[in-house]
Design a protein around this ligand. Structure first.
Ligand code: FE2
Length: 196
C-alpha cells in the first residue's frame, strides 16, 4: 500500500507556543513528506509496496535499513500528530489509562519523570515511548532513530519525537523542557487510552 502524507489533524497554530507553526511546517511538510516519498520509492524497489505499513516496518527491520528508516519514521509520525491536540496534556487521564499507569508505572508523577528521562537520555535522535509490552504491562522505553515498538511486538500507546527537528526551533537545546511541555500541554490522552 502506497504511503500518503495525511493533513495535520489541527491547524498549524493549534499547538503553539509549545510547538510553533514554523516547527510544524518543517516537521510535517518537509521531514514527514520526505519519509513518505523516499519510503514509497524504496518499498517499490524492494517489491514490498503491496504490504501494509506495519508489515513493511517489521519485515525491513534489520534487513533493509534505508527502507526501514523511512517506513518506520512514516509510521511514527502518522501517530505522533494524533498523539497531540490543542489544549492537551495535563493530569486528567481517562480512568483505565490512569489505573494502568498507577499499577504498572508507580503513578503519573513517576511515569512523567521516567518518560522525560527516557527522552532526555536517548543519545542523538530517537523517540521516548509509553508502550504496552507483550505481557500486557505498560513500560516506558526509548529507541534510536526510527526504531519503534513494532520492532519488539509492543503496542505504542504514546511516543514523543526527540529528533532535534521536533523541538529545536521552539526550545533550542532544552530537550527536557520540550518533553515536559509535551506531557503538560499537548498530549491527546483520549487517543492514548484508545490504544490500550
Ligand atoms: Fe520527526
Amino acid at each position: 500500500m502506497a504511503f500518503t502524507l495525511p493533513d495535520l489533524p489541527y491547524e498549524y497554530e493549534a499547538l503553539a507556543p509549545v510547538m510553533s507553526r514554523e516547527t510544524l511546517e518543517y516537521h510535517h511538510d518537509k521531514h514527514h513528506k520526505a519519509y513518505v516519498d523516499k519510503g514509497n520509492e524504496l518499498a517499490a524497489e524492494a517489491g514490498m509496496d503491496g504490504l501494509s505499513l506495519e508489515e513493511i516496518v517489521k519485515q525491513s527491520h534489520g534487513k533493509n535499513p534505508a527502507l526501514f528508516n523511512n517506513a518506520a519514521q512514516h509510521y511514527n509520525h502518522l501517530h505522533f500528530w494524533n498523539w497531540m491536540k490543542k489544549d492537551g496534556g495535563g493530569t486528567s487521564l481517562p480512568g483505565k489509562l490512569s489505573s494502568a499507569i498507577d499499577s504498572d508505572l508507580g503513578g503519573y508523577d513517576k511515569f512523567k519523570a521516567d518518560f522525560i528521562a527516557a527522552g532526555t537520555t536517548q543519545f542523538g535522535s530517537g523517540w521516548a515511548w509509553l508502550v504496552k509490552d507483550t505481557d500486557g504491562s505498560l513500560k516506558v522505553t526509548k529507541t534510536e532513530n526510527g526504531v519503534n515498538p513494532l520492532c519488539f511486538d509492543q503496542t505504542a500507546l504514546l511516543g514523543c519525537d526527540v529528533w532535534e527537528h521536533s523541538y529545536y526551533i521552539d526550545f533550542r537545546n532544552a530537550r527536557p523542557d520540550y518533553l515536559s511541555n509535551f506531557l503538560d500541554n499537548l498530549v491527546n490522552w483520549d487517543n492514548v487510552a484508545s490504544r490500550l
